[in-house]
Design a protein around this ligand. Structure first.
Ligand code: R5P
Length: 290
């Protein structure tokens, strides 16, 4: 088995190779002055089982193109099988036609991937795993919430309340609570589909004097997690931490969250960032070893 490190996930790919005992073949990548991307696989992959590790975090469009080119190149030069490990699958949040005439973006991305002759697709905490049903190959949607919860537990947060900042994150909070043992809760978030503005349901939460950890799949602008933190602090939580699978951290997201008096933010290396402390490599290595 050979691991191909995509341009956005080099460190993660090296760790996956180390843990799985696979070898690495390097990739050269660049962007031409007009914005087109270029990739070249720098080793022999003919007749080999290939695992491409490449996340599609910002800049998503470039990263997706690189992913498509890497998969197609590996297949075209004779790989025996191709597994794509894409920890963060971009465009998964637009999984419905919320407004008339909108593109269902994730469906389009999956239709493209279905045409690229992939044997297996591995991703993490897709925004809504039902959108993955349109894949025509074998797909694994792994969860990193137990890993994040173990990290917090190892730092003395055993018994903390796992908290979802919206309905979509409840399952993640529930998974985390199984590790932490302190139960889980959630708030209801509504987003205005025209303006993108979010609002939270006002209700009393059972958080007085509790240590709480807000678990979400994605932190983009930080607005969701910052608001959830403000609500928990406002209702008397003793302390609030944040755990996130895909820390996109656009603009001043970290500042927005920290100013709400968060004690710590922990993300995974699904997306490289200043808070990407928990590595997905052990789960990926286990999965590709079969
Ligand atoms: C949306 O439902 C997701 O689960 C995240 O809560 C959302 O994408 C986070 O975005 P932001 O950080 O911009 O609030």
């Amino acid at each position: 088995m050979i691991i191909i490190p995509g341009p956005t996930s080099k460190e993660l790919a090296v760790e996956v190779a180390r843990l799985s005992g696979a070898s690495l073949v390097d990739v050269k990548s660049k962007t031409f002055p007009d914005g087109e991307v270029y990739v070249r696989i720098l080793g022999k992959v003919e007749g080999e089982d290939i695992v491409i590790v490449h996340t599609t975090a910002p800049s998503q469009n470039t990263r997706l193109l690189e992913l498509f080119l890497l998969i197609d190149a590996a297949r075209d030069i004779g790989a025996k099988s191709v597994t794509a490990v894409v920890p963060y699958l971009a465009y998964a949040r637009q999984d419905k036609r919320f407004l008339r005439g909108e593109a269902v973006s994730i469906d389009t991305i999956i239709r493209i991937l279905n045409n690229l002759s992939i044997d297996r697709f591995i991703t993490f905490n897709t925004h809504d795993e039902r959108s993955l049903k349109k894949f025509s190959m074998e797909v694994e949607d792994l969860s990193a919430f137990p890993l994040l919860a173990k990290y917090f537990k190892g730092r003395g947060l055993d018994g903390a309340l796992a908290f979802a900042p919206d309905q979509g994150a409840v399952e993640g909070a529930r998974e985390a609570s199984e590790v932490l043992g302190g139960g889980f809760g959630w708030i209801v978030k509504e987003r205005d589909r025209e303006t993108g503005e979010i609002q939270f349901e006002q209700r009393e939460l059972d958080v007085q004097g509790r240590r709480a950890i807000v678990f979400d799949d994605i932190i983009s602008t930080g607005g969701t997690v910052a608001s959830a933190t403000a609500i928990l602090n406002g209702q008397g939580a003793k302390s609030v931490y944040v755990g996130c699978v895909h820390p996109l951290l656009v603009g001043d997201a970290l500042y927005r969250i920290m100013r709400e008096k968060v004690r710590g933010i922990v993300g995974t290396d699904s997306v490289p960032s200043p808070v990407s402390i928990v590595s997905l490599a052990p789960l990926i290595a286990e999965e590709i070893k079969g």
